[in-house]
Design a protein around this ligand. Structure first.
Ligand SMILES: [Zn+2]
Length: 51
């Protein structure tokens, strides 16, 4: 099976995923995924407040 090395956009870690899940695997861990979603939520809320 083919593997691809990706870089996590949240923490910059390099991690290896199967090629068939490459598009779904964006972050190295679920922690990074949820951290990013949390940030997006906070940004959405703060832009609402400032608007
Ligand atoms: Zn990460």
């Amino acid at each position: 099976m083919e593997h691809i090395t990706k870089t996590c956009p949240n923490c910059g870690n390099e991690f290896v995923v199967l090629k068939k899940v490459e598009e779904k695997a964006i972050y190295c861990t679920l922690e990074c995924l949820s951290a990013t979603q949390g940030n997006m939520k906070i940004e959405a809320i703060s832009s609402k407040v400032s608007a």
